[in-house]
Design a protein around this ligand. Structure first.
Ligand code: ARG
Length: 451
């Protein structure tokens, strides 16, 4: 009867839906049932609750699980609603389930239980994406393509080198998710409100039953800590930044006609019938903004919160769920787009020499022949200023301009340093790429070694 009186007094009135997290808690419905079961088993093993009552409670939890989250009675949150459902089924003895715990340790445990699974699922998605990138890179080690810095033609590279560069970044994103998993997978259960309990609980046992590899020792720390969410959301934000860069490279490649996205990852215009737009990748890029927002929202909520439970924490959690959902989906979509994209080797090669992109190789060759690199750089720069846009991509015009610059800068002939045949090879995008076989470079041999 006392319980009923309390419930009525704190039923919430006009602020009820504002204070309730029941809908958002759908995410931790299964987690809460697992936490309830582990706690009840431990209470029985410790002789805190009798076996008959524990058995009845476990049976009621099965019934609640079967009925699902939607069938729960009203409540301030999933923890209260499940307890009410258990009491309804078992009678007042169902109330023994909440012995030696608080919703504070309960909710912290539930979030960790669910978030660790989300981290593993996301890590798996990144591993699949990396595999996709590596396969695509292996198929395109010979596809010479323009490389850009400051969005200007810089040096030729290959599609294989570009995609493998993202595989490296994604590998670190996987590491970050797994590092967050390591610190997420620790149990706060048995801390009660923050001050421990007079009951002889076995925290190691519930941690073990729930698959946590450790407990968070200090009870006040255990119920307060949400830094595992910060770390996880940081990993999601970093991953989303990697994805957004890849998305932009693919969007630009599609714009230049170097890569054709599969129709499943593109969209058309409602008015311009000729259009094929890279919408899926633009959305991947936008997801990075949301993920950064989630991390910022989470940190803004946590900043300045004192020890133990404050209801502010209820609004911290959904930021993490949002980051999990959007970034994991974006990872899967990106993998699909990469796996099905078709690179046009001829179109890539045709543009690879644009903007005098092989100029660095000429300067390198002059330096090898004994000219100080700074003088070589100056000579080639001088030649570049002589060339118009079309000439910038034409070997003959490039060689003429280099000859003129050599005469002006060195008062000497270019042939003293490098013969014409070598020069032609240096100026060809394929030759330029093939020569860059240093560790991690774009030459097919170097990319194959790194793959
Ligand atoms: N719904 C709450 C949350 O998500 C659960 C914990 C409530 N604890 C409390 N002392 N009011 O954080």
């Amino acid at each position: 009867a006392e319980t009923v009186v309390r419930r009525e007094r704190f039923a919430g009135g006009p602020a009820r839906s504002f204070m309730s997290s029941l809908d958002a808690d759908q995410r931790i419905f299964a987690a809460d049932l697992a936490v309830d079961r582990a706690h009840v088993v431990m209470l029985a093993e410790q002789g805190i609750v009798g076996d008959d009552d524990a058995g009845a409670i476990l049976g009621a939890l099965d019934t609640v699980a079967e009925a699902g989250h939607e069938a729960l009675p009203e409540g301030e949150d999933v923890h209260e609603a499940i307890e009410s459902a258990v009491v309804e089924e078992v009678g007042p003895a169902g109330g023994k389930m909440h012995t030696a715990r608080s919703r504070n340790d309960e909710v912290a445990t539930c979030i960790r239980y669910r978030f660790r699974q989300d981290l593993l699922d996301a890590a798996e998605a990144t591993i699949e994406l990396r595999g996709t990138l590596l396969d695509a890179a292996a198929a395109e080690t010979g596809t010479v393509v323009p490389g850009f810095t400051h969005r200007q033609h810089a040096q030729p590279t290959t599609v294989g080198h570009l995609l493998a560069s993202y595989a490296g970044a994604v590998a670190r994103d996987t590491e970050r998710l797994l590092a967050a998993y390591e610190r997420t997978n620790r149990s706060p259960l048995g801390s009660a409100a923050f001050a421990g309990t007079t009951f002889d609980v076995d925290r190691e046992r519930t941690a073990d039953l729930l698959g946590f590899h450790d407990v968070i020792e200090n009870a006040a720390d255990a119920v307060t800590a949400r830094d595992f969410l910060v770390e996880g959301c940081g990993a999601f934000a970093a991953l989303s930044a990697t994805l957004s860069g890849l998305a932009t490279d693919l969007i630009e490649g599609a714009k230049d006609g170097h890569v054709d996205l599969d129709d499943a990852y593109a969209s058309t215009s409602s008015i311009m019938p000729q259009k094929k737009n890279p919408d899926s990748l633009e959305l991947v890029r936008a997801v990075a903004g949301d993920a950064v927002g989630d991390l910022t929202g989470l940190l803004s909520t946590l900043k300045g919160l004192p020890r133990a439970y404050n209801r502010d924490l209820q609004r911290a959690t959904p930021h993490a769920w949002d980051a999990v959902d959007i970034v994991t989906e974006a990872t899967e979509v990106t993998a699909g787009a990469v796996a099905t994209a078709e690179w046009d080797a001829d179109a890539c090669a045709a543009d690879a020499g644009a903007g005098f992109s092989t100029a660095t190789g000429v300067a390198d060759a002059l330096a090898v022949a004994g000219l100080p690199f700074r003088s070589a750089h100056e000579l080639v720069a001088e030649a570049a200023t002589d060339l118009d846009d079309a000439e910038m991509a034409e070997t003959d015009a490039q060689i003429d301009a280099l000859e003129t610059a050599a005469a002006a800068v060195l008062d000497d002939s270019l042939a003293t340093y490098v013969d014409r045949e070598t020069l032609e090879d240096l100026l060809s995008p394929a030759g330029s790429v093939a020569a860059r076989d240093s560790q991690g470079g774009p030459a097919a041999s170097a990319v194959e070694a790194s793959l």
